[in-house]
Design a protein around this ligand. Structure first.
Ligand SMILES: Cc1cc2nc3c(=O)[nH]c(=O)nc-3n(C[C@H](O)[C@H](O)[C@H](O)COP(=O)(O)OP(=O)(O)OC[C@H]3O[C@@H](n4cnc5c(N)ncnc54)[C@H](O)[C@@H]3O)c2cc1C
Length: 473
């Protein structure tokens, strides 16, 4: 049932889920299908978390994070949501790379990447096969000492162009850098590379609506505009949550909020053992991002220049360049009317994304912040004109978002787009060992992030919750 924020909840639940991101929603659905009594509390006025959209000027719809995900999402949706949702997943056929070293189009499959590496980059078949063989067999529990930079240099010594071709999309996809463990890159890369990049026909608004309908059908209680302020703990056992002064009781609390925020703000450091907190303090957050949202005038068209364009003017691929406020490296996601066939007058929109550091934005004065946002728009348009020369006169709406925007809307510490680095996984999975009935899902480590990773982690944690509830029956 969709509960009204103004009606106080008096009943007790098996599980309260804090946050309706893909991890929280998928866990809620799975637990409710198991017959558990579930309450999903979301701070925002709609479900989805980062999987979100917004309207401007009445007719523009902008998707925030629907840029592309791996084929695995089909299986996850079919198994843990429903066939109708899974059937809406479509392949993005045209992925382009434009930078001073190369201008390439690919469907992002392993076959096409292999062919490009051999024919365009003149790498030997053996080198390519060996590389793919290694990364396709990477496992999360493998040794994490080797970095992405070392992996690429080991296979393709001195070939900066090849390194860039292989790593750039993954850096955009999950914020990993040349200095991160190769294993996290390998798993994500081979997931994406197996059969291309996918999206949802109908847009984020439709998929989240379909998910909400499925949750309600499976008897999940959902309350929006309900920001949890505290997780209540007594004698080391979860009791429920507090929203302002309203207490809601449950046997389990599963937080889909940011891991660090969950521990320090929602639970409180004093409830954990000092050795655990020491480990938590070492967990690094992933970086954040900036977006520029551009809406195309009604009646105007743009030619099909591709679905996803990795654009950069940097001569060399470098983590610092990517994260700098003056980066020229951005991805353009192009949304054609075909994405939303259910709408009569669906328009065109373009979203540009750049990686960014929260620290660079939070230290600006009000005036500097405003000026920087305008500069972001200006620089984005200059780049986009190189791909679509007459784009300026076709745009009638433009707006920029920063790491501060992300933090404001999703409560993520420092606006991290992909939660924590890989060390967060052990902490996330260890919460229940510290406090009985406390669990976390979503955006920890690169493979548990992104649309597919977050949804899958929701499933994994629903099993953990189920085991716990059974053990306490
Ligand atoms: C700009 C951008 C582009 C992206 N592009 C892609 C992409 O192309 N492909 C891809 O696969 N992934 C992409 N991602 C990442 C992907 O969207 C996320 O990894 C994924 O959606 C995160 O899901 P989650 O379960 O961690 O929850 P989140 O999306 O983080 O949602 C958490 C929810 O919890 C709620 N919440 C938090 N605290 C509280 C509280 N105290 N009380 C109540 N509610 C609370 C928040 O409001 C939010 O709704 C992108 C992310 C960003 C920011």
């Amino acid at each position: 049932m969709l509960l009204n924020k103004n009606n106080k909840v008096t009943q007790s639940y098996d599980v309260i889920i804090i946050g309706g991101g893909l991890g929280g929603m998928t866990a809620a659905n799975k637990l409710a299908k198991n017959g558990r009594k579930v309450l999903l509390l979301e701070a925002h006025d709609k479900l989805g978390g980062f999987a979100t959209w917004f309207y401007r000027k009445g007719r523009h719809i902008f998707d925030v994070s629907l840029h592309g995900f791996p084929i695995g999402m089909v299986k996850t949706c079919r198994k843990y949501w429903n066939k109708e949702i899974a059937d809406k997943i479509i392949q993005l056929k045209r992925v382009r790379f434009i930078n001073p070293l190369y201008n390439i189009e690919t469907d992002f499959t392993v076959e096409d990447f292999t062919s490009k590496l051999i024919n365009d980059f003149k790498v030997s078949q053996e080198q390519v096969d060996n590389f793919f063989q290694l990364i396709m067999n990477m496992n999360y529990y493998d040794d994490k000492k080797m970095t992405n930079g070392e992996l690429l240099e080991g296979f393709f010594p001195g070939r900066k162009d090849v390194h860039r071709f292989l790593i750039e999309p993954i850096v955009y996809a999950n914020g990993s850098t040349l200095e991160d463990p190769a294993v996290t890159y390998g798993i994500v890369f081979s997931n994406f590379m197996s059969k291309g990049v996918y999206s949802f026909e109908g847009g984020t608004d439709l998929v989240v609506k379909m998910m909400q309908d499925e949750l309600l059908k499976n008897s999940v209680d959902i309350r929006l505009r309900s920001k949890v302020g505290k997780i209540v703990i007594k004698d080391n056992v979860c009791q429920g949550v507090l929203i302002d002064d309203e207490f809601i009781s449950s046997r389990v609390v599963l937080s889909n909020g940011n891991l660090i925020g969950t521990i320090f703000n929602l639970v409180g450091e004093e409830n954990f053992t000092p050795s655990f907190i020491e480990k938590v303090k070492k967990v690094r957050l992933n970086t954040s991002s900036c977006q520029v949202y551009m809406g195309i005038k009604e009646g105007e068209t743009i030619e099909d220049v591709g679905d996803l364009i990795f654009y950069s003017e940097a001569e060399e691929f470098q983590t610092d360049e990517l994260l700098s406020m003056n980066t020229t490296s951005r991805t353009f996601s192009l949304y054609y009317p075909r994405l939303r066939p259910q709408l009569k007058n669906a328009g065109y929109s373009i979203v540009s994304s750049t990686n960014a550091r929260y620290e660079d934005w939070v230290t600006l004065s009000r005036e500097e912040y405003k000026a920087r946002k305008e500069e972001l728009i200006r620089a984005t348009l200059i780049s986009l004109e190189k791909v679509i020369p007459d784009i300026r006169k076709k745009i009638d709406y433009i707006e920029s978002a920063t790491p501060l925007t992300i933090k404001r809307y999703t409560q993520h510490e420092k606006g991290a787009s992909f939660g924590t680095k890989h060390e967060g996984l052990e902490i996330s999975m260890g919460l229940n060992k510290e406090i009985k009935g406390l669990f976390h899902t979503g955006s920890v480590g690169i493979i548990m992030s992104g649309w597919l990773g977050a949804a899958n982690y929701g499933v994994i944690q629903s099993y953990e919750v189920e085991n716990y509830l059974e053990s306490r029956a």
